[in-house]
Design a protein around this ligand. Structure first.
Ligand code: MN
Length: 488
């Protein structure tokens, strides 16, 4: 697309701020008793007059949504406001029949915080969070040729909007931030985090300026990105688009833009409103949220392990970046706790083996959609026994993985499974000795034996391989090698 040389791009830097809407995992909506889970529901079947803002209706704040916001605050390293309140943000749009969105403009529930997002090179980017506020979602419009249909199932769904400071300076950092935010919110149990159904949506504000410039450039906001990859691609696209505009003497317009995954481009949607256009005013129908320090502490005391702690544990156990990232993708908190338990209770080769099994063999399959953690029997004693059997060469590495999967689904002891499947390696010197004798007597082995005697030690691999083959993989290879050497 570009006619500019890459050196010209190198003279610019982009600055990114991200606003993220997180759908809270409540049963009902923010102010009405309507069902909050409308994923497979018929249009307009999960609605209540409060969601329409019909005259005479009084909203009642969902306490569970407040509790989830308090948990989100902890995950964002942020203080929770003792007093927060709701405001009305007025605008006209067919998916908002009330004529205003109920949100928190002046006194948000979550104050300043930060997110530490890990990068591939082992470093991380710290993105400050300006604040996060509670608000309701609007409905959904589906556009057809000459008309549009309105579905209000989503109207009134509780959200928190997390507003970052402009601390991000590359597309990769933007992606890392979005990914870590998703982990934080799902680990904390704040949201189901289903990106496909829009449980988390990212608005990315991008501006560019010459490196070292005192002022930021005009920013364009790319709205409603619902994957980490599209956050990264949209930021990359905007950077190039804006640099090219500036280089050709044009200016960047402050506006809202949409992103298309198919075309890989952003397109202008509307010019950006300023705050005064919304005529914000306090919502007199909803009392302020008043929280004592004790109440906040009590809710936050009951938090599960967050990604930072999980990551530190895995790195401490020797996992590299890629493996740690794979492990972090485990969505089941019980499985993550199991990994932490194993990492603490074992060490050395046994620990390395078990973590490899769980992260690469099992989670690898789960990530690929070929398996699930659901129903897996996570018994520390059994998995440690299996790792010790493999360490002692009682079972081959390949057979151990077979036993592992069987063990995780049945809950049976590993030795029992290995015996039943006839996978235990033969460590009986006499039995293997007979096979070794037969292999060494065979004329095909003569060349290898001569090579070994001539000092080419690697040639022993052929003989061990033959012993393994003759024993159908059940000979203990270390023992086979020892017996061959004795006979040479
Ligand atoms: Mn919002």
């Amino acid at each position: 697309m570009s006619i500019l040389k890459s050196e010209i791009f190198d003279t610019y830097e982009m600055t990114i701020g991200v606003e993220c809407h997180v759908q809270l995992a409540t049963k009902t909506k923010l102010f009405s008793p309507a069902d909050n889970d409308a994923r497979d529901a018929d249009p307009n079947s999960k609605v209540h007059p409060i969601d329409f803002g019909l005259p005479g209706m009084l909203p009642v704040l969902n306490r569970h949504a407040v509790d989830l916001a308090i948990r989100a605050g902890k995950a964002l390293n942020a203080e929770i406001a003792n007093i927060s309140r709701f405001d009305r943000k007025h605008y006209f749009y067919p998916d908002l029949p009330k004529g205003y969105q109920t949100t928190q403009m002046y006194q948000p529930i979550i104050l300043a915080g930060y997110v530490e997002a890990p990068l591939e090179d082992g470093s991380s980017v710290r993105v400050r969070v300006h604040h996060a506020h509670m608000e309701e979602d609007a409905g959904k419009l589906t556009h057809f040729g000459g008309y549009s249909l309105v579905d209000l199932n989503r109207a009134g769904t509780p959200l928190i909007e997390i507003v970052s400071e402009p601390d991000i300076h590359s597309a990769a950092e933007a992606r890392a931030y979005a990914t870590e935010l998703h982990r934080l919110m799902t680990y904390a149990g704040v949201t189901h985090g289903d990106l496909y159904h829009g449980n988390m949506r990212f608005d990315v504000n991008v501006s560019v300026a010459k490196k070292g410039a005192a002022e930021l450039g005009k920013r364009a906001e790319v709205k409603n990105l619902n994957s980490f990859r599209s956050v990264e691609r949209a930021a990359e696209y905007e950077f190039r688009r804006q640099v090219e505009l500036l280089e050709s003497g044009e200016r960047v317009v402050q506006e809202t833009r949409g992103w298309s995954d198919d075309s890989g481009m952003t397109t202008s949607q509307r010019s950006k409103e300023d705050a005064q256009d919304y005529r914000y005013m306090p919502d007199a129908d909803i009392p302020p949220i008043v929280l004592t320090d004790e109440e906040i502490a009590e809710i936050q005391a009951d938090m599960p392990m967050l990604p930072g702690e999980f990551r530190d544990t895995l790195r401490g156990a020797g996992l590299d970046f890629a493996m740690t990232e794979t492990a972090l993708a485990i969505t089941d908190a019980k499985v993550r706790d199991f990994l932490v338990e194993i990492a603490a209770a074992t060490n050395g080769e046994v620990r390395r083996r078990i973590l490899n099994w769980l992260v690469i063999d099992v989670q690898g399959k789960v990530s690929a959609g070929d398996d699930t953690w659901e129903g897996k029997q996570l018994l520390p004693d059994h998995i440690v026994q299996l790792a010790e059997m493999a360490e002692k060469n009682e079972i081959s590495s390949n057979s151990a993985v077979t036993v592992l999967f069987e063990m995780l689904s049945s809950g049976d002891a590993p030795r029992m499974i290995a015996e039943a499947k006839n996978l235990l390696q033969v460590s009986d010197e006499n039995a293997i000795g007979e096979i070794v004798d037969a292999v060494m007597a065979h004329e095909a082995s003569a060349a290898s034996i001569a090579d070994i005697k001539a000092g080419k030690d690697k040639a022993i691999g052929y003989l061990v391989g033959q012993v393994m083959k003759q024993s159908q993989g059940k000979a203990n290879p270390a023992l086979a090698q020892k017996l061959i050497r004795e006979r040479l």
